[in-house]
Design a protein around this ligand. Structure first.
Ligand code: ZN
Length: 470
């Protein structure tokens, strides 16, 4: 059995609080995939250090903490930024973004390109400390194959949509069948490393019957139900008009049974206090993604959400971002939003990027803090040459990670007790090869885009308008 001892940790963040959660000169002992003990180095070393075959990692210059947890990402989506480069006018909201940027770029996907671009997204995440990710994406078989290769912890939110034809399925029935197959084949596999969730893309681009049947599927197999809700002001005003007779969008979603402890809503950036209360009352979790929300002109009312008791995690919503950046965004945006409640406790961004996201993904018993009995998902930052996380002490540490963390690359990253990155080197990924393949796809897609523009062919097939009552 794999035995690892992290000793002499300059700082060991066991819990997301400066009040007793951070050990100086702490140690952590792992057997197999499980954390067995956390405590002062002298104590842990005396108990476990003398055994045969213990892999001892000296951390006297390292910050050791829980792997970050990304509660919302579209991991294989890097190629959509090609189209951002070709846009000649500002985006007009979320549906405009989907039609001009997302769906044309999704229409390029094949099993092969999804696999290669997913590995590219995972490489970026792991380098920046994310060990668990939620991946809202079509092509569940391919996404699973990439997840199994990478050995990071994954919640695959199998995307379904009816308003457009994407290359992996054509309609409601096919998508529901694809999601059910993914659940049966992959849910809770690889010793629990991979979970599957049902994911109608958004409440305005799927038929009501797909939204409802998706929830029935999630209930039947006891998996998560995840969808985009109230991402942007343009969407929110349109859906509230669509469902005015029912009392607005959120009341409608509650009425049809889509709000429960099984549910995870992405964004909720345009929700008001009354609607946030509904999230709290129904146990619906929320993935807060401030960098992408700000591009569309708004920001979720996080201080109110936390006061109301909503389970909030952080998401990048984007494979080329990382959670250190998102933590900075959280620290800044809620101080400047013109709302009654402003500001957050200094350690809140870190808390949300770890145990907060774990709760949102229904994984809080497994990951999110470093404590005995939990899975050994751990990252370290080498502080020897680190000029941004300086000077550190127990009081400022969690604040500095959020304020000064962007750009941080981790020295080590471990999932289930296995090193996926050690002393700055990946153990599974071939970084140069993965980047080269992603670049080759982007070069091909660029050529395809210009060819399609020249021939006047549509970049994707629209099936129905958004914001329908059907
Ligand atoms: Zn999203």
């Amino acid at each position: 059995m794999n035995k690892v001892l992290f000793r002499n940790c300059r700082f060991l963040v066991a819990q997301p609080t400066p009040f007793g959660g951070i050990l100086e000169n702490g140690a952590l002992y792992i057997e197999g995939p499980i954390i067995k003990a956390v405590g002062p180095t002298a104590e842990i070393e005396m108990q476990y250090g003398a055994q045969e075959g213990v892999d001892v990692v000296d951390c006297q210059n390292k910050l050791v903490m829980p792997g970050l947890v990304d509660s919302h990402n579209h991991v294989g989506e890097a190629q959509m930024f090609l189209i951002f480069g070709w846009l000649m006018s500002p985006l007009q909201g979320i549906v405009d973004t989907a039609i001009r940027v997302l769906w044309p770029a999704y229409n390029w996907f094949t099993d092969e390109s999804v696999y290669d671009l997913t590995l590219f997204g995972l490489l970026n995440m792991l380098k920046h400390g994310t060990t668990t990710y939620a991946n809202a994406f079509p092509f569940p078989d391919t996404v699973y194959r990439a997840a199994a290769y990478a050995k990071m912890r994954a919640v695959i939110h199998a995307q379904m949509i009816t308003s457009v034809n994407l290359p992996d399925a054509r309609n409601e029935q096919e998508y529901l069948a694809l999601a059910e197959d993914a659940i049966k084949s992959y849910h809770n596999t690889l010793d629990g490393l991979i979970q599957i969730g049902v994911h109608p893309s958004a409440t305005y681009n799927c038929t009501q019957s797909m939204l409802i049947k998706g929830m029935e599927l999630a209930e039947q197999y006891d998996v998560q139900y995840a969808t985009h809700v109230a991402e942007a002001p343009d969407e929110k005003s349109r859906v509230d008009v669509t469902w005015a007779a029912e009392g607005g969008q959120l009341q409608h979603l509650k009425n049809i049974g889509l709000m429960s402890p099984r549910s995870l809503f992405f964004h909720g950036a345009a929700l008001n206090e009354r609607e946030i209360d509904m999230l709290a009352e129904t146990g619906t979790a929320l993935a807060h993604c401030p960098p992408t929300n700000s591009i569309l002109g708004n920001c979720a009312y996080l201080p109110y959400m936390l006061q109301a008791g909503v389970k909030v995690g952080l998401g990048t919503d984007c494979p080329t971002h990382n959670l250190f950046n998102v933590m900075l965004s959280v620290s800044q945006q809620h101080n400047v939003m013109p709302r009654e409640m402003r500001g957050l406790m200094p350690w809140t961004p870190f808390e949300l990027a770890t145990i907060g996201s774990a709760k949102a993904l229904r994984l809080a018993d497994t990951i999110g803090t470093l404590e005995p009995g939990k899975r050994a998902d751990i990252i370290t930052v080498d502080l020897r040459r680190n000029t941004n996380l300086f000077p550190l002490n127990v009081g400022n540490l969690l604040t500095f990670i959020a304020f000064n963390g962007p750009g941080t690359e981790v020295a080590d990253a471990m999932v289930d007790g296995q090193f996926l990155r050690r002393d700055g080197e990946f153990t599974i990924f071939d970084e140069d090869a993965i980047i080269a393949k992603a670049q080759a796809w982007c070069d091909k897609f660029t050529a395809d885009w210009f060819a399609a523009q020249e021939s006047g062919q549509p970049m994707f097939n629209r099936v129905h308008e958004e914001y329908q009552r059907l």
